[in-house]
Design a protein around this ligand. Structure first.
Ligand code: SF4
Length: 321
């Protein structure tokens, strides 16, 4: 079994030694299983620190994970994130085995829309290209012209060179992007159950109780929350902001574990932490990752014809620079 002492160094300011005792056995086993299976572990920024800092090979937001999934030479990809992320990894790596440690790790945005809904939107607004946020099923992506993430949404919208687009399913992301572009955006009524809970009043209270705090908001937050923030961007953009500006005190209006992960990398910054957890992301745990590698469960499969159409939309997004 690999020695986990060096890994503990990365998280020792966040995880007390007693708690580490619970994690260490699974962490050592996962490292060994990855080697035996020729597997790579991709972890989203919302995964807990013992996963993000101690067993993940590649970390990042949806866009980074999609790009890295395409580059990996491993035979097996384990996705520590939610189901649509594992599907995206499979779309880009059809010949590889892609595993998700818990099949129930879903997403309120992905569940807000079906392929049939996209076809109805096309009928209702003929001629408008359909841009689909990556937080959707492969079946929805297959009905789309191009995908986007919160990190590249504006670029994707403007890359199409048309006056009006349909952008699905996150209403708030669509509204926030619409404020930054002259392209007219037709939205859907989907929301992220984590980000929709933040309010502008909460930001004002945080500013009053934590003087000088810099507020960074995710664009899945309602537009009045984004307007009240000092900066809005994807999880990668928030992380970059903290690394570049080193604010003395910061609050990230996004999923709770993101602050924990970024705080470990920036010990001189004080993180104020209103805690909104994503219940879907939290279904992924060390024991489940270990079990996934031991049993090679749960494999993500996509009908090849549907996958080809969905892949086109993802690859078209990845080509936008
Ligand atoms: S944080 Fe929101 S968008 Fe991300 S997986 Fe959870 S519900 Fe979906």
């Amino acid at each position: 079994m690999p020695d986990t002492a060096l890994l503990y160094d990365r998280v020792k300011t966040f995880i007390p030694p007693m708690e580490w005792g619970v994690f260490a056995d699974d962490i050592a086993a996962i490292q060994e299983l990855k080697r035996q299976r020729n597997a790579v572990l991709l972890a989203h920024n919302y995964q807990t620190p013992e996963i993000f800092h101690c067993v993940a090979d590649i970390t990042g937001d949806s866009l980074a994970l999609a790009r890295e999934a395409q580059r990996t030479e491993a035979a097996v990809i384990v996705l520590a994130g939610v189901h649509f992320m594992a599907e995206t990894a499979k779309l880009l790596n059809p010949e590889k085995t892609v595993l998700i440690p818990d099949l129930r790790a879903g997403c309120s945005l992905a569940e807000s829309i079906t392929a049939g809904d996209v076809r109805l939107m096309r009928q209702r607004y003929p001629g408008r290209p359909v841009i689909t946020y990556v937080n959707t099923s492969a079946a929805v992506k297959a009905e789309s012209d191009i995908c986007c993430t919160s990190g590249n949404a504006k670029k994707v919208v403007e890359s199409l060179g048309v006056p009006e687009v349909i952008m699905l399913p996150d209403e708030y992301l669509a509204q926030n992007v619409a404020k930054e572009t002259n392209v007219k955006i037709i939205a859907w009524k989907g929301h992220c159950e984590v980000h929709e809970r933040f309010t502008a009043a909460e930001i004002r209270e945080l500013r009053a109780s934590h003087p000088g705090v810099v507020v960074l908001a995710h664009p899945e937050c309602p537009p009045d929350v984004v307007a009240e923030a000092d900066f809005a961007g994807s999880t990668a953009a928030m992380s970059d902001y903290v690394a570049a500006r080193r604010p003395r005190r910061v609050v990230l209006m996004t999923e709770c574990s993101m602050s924990d992960n970024v705080a470990l990398q920036h010990p001189t910054t004080e993180f104020v932490r209103p805690c909104n957890l994503c219940p879907h992301m939290k279904r992924i745990t060390l024991p489940k990752i270990r079990e996934a590698l031991e049993t090679m469960q749960h494999e993500v499969t996509i009908d090849p014809a549907l996958a080809a159409r969905a892949r086109r939309a993802v690859e078209r997004m990845l080509a936008v620079r």
